[in-house]
Ligand binder design. Sequence first.
Ligand SMILES: Cc1cc2nc3c(=O)[nH]c(=O)nc-3n(C[C@H](O)[C@H](O)[C@H](O)COP(=O)(O)OP(=O)(O)OC[C@H]3O[C@@H](n4cnc5c(N)ncnc54)[C@H](O)[C@@H]3O)c2cc1C
Ligand code: FES
Length: 332
Amino acid sequence: MADPIKLTVSEVITETPDACSLVFEQAFPYRPGQFLTLRIPSDRTGSVARCYSLCSSPQVDGHPAITVKRTPDGYASNWICDNAKPGTTFEALGPAGVFTPRSLDGDLLLLAAGSGITPIMSIIKSTLAAGAGGLVLLYANRDEQSVIFRDRLRALTERHPDRLTVIHWLESVQGLPSAAHVRALTAPFDPAEVMICGPKPFMSIARTAMDLPKSRVHLERFVSLGGNPFDDATPTSSDDSRASTVEVVLDGERRRLRWPAQTRLLDLFLENGLAAPYSCREGACSACACRLVSGEVKMLNNEVLEQEDLDEGIILACQSLPVTDTIEISYE
Ligand SMILES: Cc1cc2nc3c(=O)[nH]c(=O)nc-3n(C[C@H](O)[C@H](O)[C@H](O)COP(=O)(O)OP(=O)(O)OC[C@H]3O[C@@H](n4cnc5c(N)ncnc54)[C@H](O)[C@@H]3O)c2cc1C
Ligand code: FES
């Protein structure tokens, strides 16, 4: 595993009655839309690992920040909202993920619900500051009180009236949005890319409403990790005799390894002491994404990469088995 980083909370901002932002002291490079994986202490299990998207912009904000919304009866989100204060430290992995627009200069249609606004906020701030693209945000919430970043979004639309349009949808006023509603509201726009983030029902409605090729639609699913990447890695390789050869470039270092046919690429790297990044190890988060430079692999599960990512040679190391005799991988 890539070495965890230590993050110290410098500020806690109450965003709504059930959401708070944590600003961290430490700065690090990341792309708008990426997430961190935090280790949350637990008396019951030692710790749990949860992913939280960065709401800050690498182009605008000096310090990285995440926004956490309480999940009813959830463990980690409530622990954070109840306990985090200036000085609290977290072990963290990241930044990771591929929920990033290909260009900040193309027009983007952004569809968010509830805490799904977090990575979208980072993308909005970065695009307005460093790109030329126009932005339309359709943002669904339960009621006015639960609209995270309401005032900051208003200030941004006032400052960039020709580049940012925000359409609010309040369930308390308009009821649950349907695919027909989303289609009607977004029909006038012809975006280069669409970014969708929110709870599962909203994501399927929004995806159904978008009559666009998969390659132009990015989805970020907010799920809780099943495993805990902070626990010791438990490689699953068997010592089978059929094997390929993989050459990998990671952190500027080139290594050549024997890759047994039934061993997942991430497990192979970890067994051999490579600091390959990962989080869920379930094919659901994209933290382990790397580039297939040559050769062929088979992915056992992929819930996160889009066709365009695959066309560009992006693969999930945690789900990849070798197909061809020689394979070349790059993390650069
Ligand atoms: C890429 C990505 C980005 C995300 N970004 C955000 C974001 O920006 N903002 C946001 O709010 N959410 C985000 N999420 C969702 C977030 O990771 C969590 O899923 C969410 O906060 C709910 O977690 P929870 O532990 O509160 O709830 P649950 O996962 O529902 O918690 C319940 C689970 O905790 C276990 N549990 C209960 N008590 C304990 C205990 N004492 N010790 C150990 N385990 C216990 C239970 O067995 C149960 O499995 C993101 C998810 C992903 C994958
Ligand atoms: S570690 Fe999450 S997809 Fe591979």
